[in-house]
Ligand binder design. Structure first.
Ligand code: CMP
Length: 141
């Protein structure tokens, strides 16, 4: 299996509920490595770029408002098969459908307030990592 890097955004509900450590601990316990980490407030411009495929959907306005409601935490997670491994750990997008034991199943509220964003493919991961991190902010150790 190949070593991959994937991008995670810990969303405002995760930050405001004090669950950042809890979620990061799950990745560390799964022997996934944290290759980059930062806290930042999203703005309209970057949200329109990041969620370009959702820009015309009826839920976009509410999603953007939610994503701007507090700082978020960006994490680059590295490990074998990291893209799929992280998405499995996150669970389905709709927290109400997510099984217990997944991050969204344990801590999410619904389809919007769902704790975590995780890249959906290696190609997307590469683009999303480049969007939010400079090369100098990523670490090999
Ligand atoms: P995320 O993994 O960040 O990718 C797109 C986000 O859009 C998704 O998580 C949800 O938070 C949000 N989303 C997707 N579908 C809906 C929907 N029907 N209503 C509200 N939010 C949605």
């Amino acid at each position: 299996m190949a070593v991959e890097r994937t991008l995670i955004i810990l969303k405002p509900d995760c930050v405001k509920k004090g669950l950042v450590g809890e979620v990061l601990k799950r990745f560390e316990l799964a022997t996934l490595k944290l290759a980059g980490l930062k806290m930042k407030k999203l703005n309209k411009k970057i949200l329109e770029e990041h969620y370009a495929h959702h820009k015309d959907k009826p839920f976009f306005k509410g999603l953007a408002k939610f994503m701007k409601s507090s700082p978020v935490v960006f994490v680059v997670v590295e490990g074998e098969n990291a893209v799929a491994a992280v998405r499995d750990m996150a669970g389905p997008t709709d927290s109400k459908q997510a099984p217990k034991g997944t991050i969204r199943g344990d801590y999410g509220e619904d389809i919007q307030v769902n704790v975590i964003h995780a890249s959906d493919s290696l190609e997307t991961a590469n683009a999303e990592i480049a969007r939010f991190f400079k090369k100098s902010e990523l670490f090999d150790y």
